[in-house]
Design a protein. Structure first.
Length: 123
């Protein structure tokens, strides 16, 4: 019976790894973490406000990243029925919880950051 329990625990760990991998696919895309960080600055942020906070990001990429994170439940979007339409983005409770994890990850990265090796030394 012990072998069955070990196999079940291994399956649970594999499922956890797959879920983490799926989330990192979204968070690992360019601009994703910066978008989340910039959404923490206010309760709600409009699209153009967000774009101004991130020089270099195109409107297309910003819209795509926002949609991806909305689908993952990290961001909520509220559309006001006005002309022109007013759209606000805010972090969900899931994203705020993730923010705590990312702060811990940042502290870990700072602690274990190794000095960069110049490219000429690698050749």
């Amino acid at each position: 019976m012990v072998g069955g329990q070990e196999e079940e625990e291994q399956n649970v760990e594999e499922q956890k790894c797959k879920m983490i991998n799926n989330m990192w696919e979204v968070l690992g895309r360019r601009w994703a973490l910066l978008i989340l960080r910039n959404l923490t600055t206010k309760e709600a942020v409009r699209f153009n406000e967000l774009k101004k906070l991130m020089p270099g990001i195109s409107s297309t990429v910003l819209a795509t990243r926002l949609l991806e994170m909305e689908r993952e439940g990290l961001i909520s979007k509220k559309i006001y029925p006005e002309i022109p339409p007013k759209v606000e983005y805010r972090l969900t409770a899931r994203a705020r919880e993730l923010g705590i994890i990312l702060k811990d990850l940042g502290r870990w990265a700072q602690r274990w950051k190794s000095p960069r090796i110049p490219a000429t030394m690698l050749e």
